[in-house]
Design a protein around this ligand. Structure first.
Ligand code: PLP
Length: 410
């Protein structure tokens, strides 16, 4: 395997050292094959919102496996999951399941290009939308951690229609749209792949207005923020409705599942209702549907979950901010709901040019000090810590470890 791993960031290139190999996980903990037990804030890169091996999810997947692991035929369980998703995120009038966030975003722009008859896509520097060719320009964490913002193997012609804009900067969007050939603006409504960068007041509404004026579609890539920054995702939290939405991570409850959907008139263009081709052998896979349904049913039945996560997040944010002051470490802690990043260096990060000034070496020392204290952080300065409900009883203990780790970075 390249780098010995199946996804680059797992190789610890950005922090140095050798990654631990996982033996098992339960609740907030990961156990390594060396027997270390770590409080885990990677949370499968945000896919887990409850905890590892959540009993209700394990039971649902076991039961589904006994009925058969894949049919390539429709099931009523897919319909039930779709009903739950569209109830929680009402802008998804029609939706389609796929197996990864990468597929969801690639499919969404195909629909946008077909619906508008225009080729262009506006994307933001530092935002990641999976690894499909048109998005591999200034794509945030994975590429940035490698020190290679763009990828060889992506033909120049493929990204010629990708126009870059600056996150939280509406003027740059206006300039990018100026060419008049953009089918869509795609955005992480809370950027999470350059570290957590919330939208400044009016930014998302500004995008909505600009898209309407220029006849471009607004696509929210909520693969990370969906069911994380609020029950109904960033579109609920900030009150701005996109034309198309991509979901992933939490929607699969820790299994490979993702979704794209939106206005019926647009989604009815997808085959077989319409001519826009998109398919998947394992799309709507029964195990993924069971895990996703168990997760979203928990979310639906426990309306207090997001207050719980918000309180945990606020508590951790306050402790870390305070510790940076006390230890006289320059930087900032930025958060939206259950996702949080500690930036060493810049006192406020609103866009990629600011994020990219972080002190990477200091982050590496912070990461390893936390690890020594029994806390596993995402191994990159451009990622978010993800909170799970299972962190609740341990948030004090984890906070203490991280505070000490900040002190040890000097
Ligand atoms: C993780 C992520 C993706 C890609 O999802 P995969 O399942 O890894 O393909 C796309 N967009 C955002 C915002 C993500 O965080």
């Amino acid at each position: 395997m390249p780098g010995g791993v199946n996804s680059p960031v797992r190789a610890f290139k950005a922090v140095g050292g050798t990654p631990p190999f996982v033996a098992s996980a339960s609740g907030p903990h990961i156990t390594t094959i060396d027997g270390d037990v770590l409080i885990d804030f990677i949370a499968s890169w945000g896919a887990l919102i409850l905890g590892h091996a959540e009993p209700s999810i394990v039971a649902a997947v076991e039961e589904a496996a006994r009925r058969g692991t894949s049919f390539g035929m429709p099931t009523t369980h897919e319909v039930e999951l779709a009903e739950l998703i569209t109830e929680l995120v009402p802008s998804l009038e029609v939706m389609r399941m796929v197996s990864s966030g990468t597929e969801a975003t690639a499919s969404a722009i195909r629909v946008a290009r077909a619906a508008t008859g225009k080729p262009g896509i506006v994307k933001f520097e530092g935002c990641y939308h999976g690894h499909a060719d048109p998005f591999l320009v200034k794509a945030g964490s994975g590429a940035a951690s490698m020190g290679e913002p763009d990828s060889p193997g992506v033909p120049a012609a493929t990204v010629a229609d990708t126009y870059l804009a600056r996150f939280n900067d509406l003027e740059s969007v206006e300039r990018a749209l100026g060419q008049g050939t953009a089918a869509a603006v795609i955005v992480e409504p809370v950027a999470g792949n350059m570290g957590v960068v919330p939208p400044v007041a009016g930014f998302l509404q500004g995008l909505r207005d600009l898209c309407d004026q220029r006849r471009a579609l607004l696509i929210f890539d909520e693969v990370m923020t969906g069911f994380r920054v609020a029950r109904g995702g960033a579109q609920e939290r900030y009150g701005v409705t996109p034309d198309l939405t991509c979901l992933g991570k939490v929607v699969g409850g820790g299994t490979p599942a993702a979704v794209y959907g939106g206005r019926a008139e647009l989604m009815r263009k997808v085959a077989p209702d319409g001519p826009v081709y998109q398919a998947g052998t394992l799309a709507g896979n029964p195990l993924a549907v069971a895990a996703g349904f168990a997760t979203l049913r928990y979310i639906t039945e426990n309306p207090g979950l997001y207050d719980e996560l918000e309180n945990m997040g606020a508590d951790l944010e306050a402790r870390l901010t305070q510790a940076m002051k006390e230890y006289n470490v320059a930087g900032s802690v930025q958060r939206a709901g259950a996702m949080l990043t500690l930036f060493f260096g810049p006192t406020e990060v609103r866009s990629w040019d600011e994020a990219s000034t972080v002190d990477r070496d200091r982050f590496g020392r912070f990461f390893h000090a936390a690890y020594q204290g029994g806390v596993l952080l995402p191994p990159s300065p451009f990622e978010a810590l993800f909170l799970m409900r299972a962190h609740g009883p341990l948030i004090d203990q984890a906070g203490e470890v991280l505070v000490t780790a900040i002190g040890e970075t000097g």
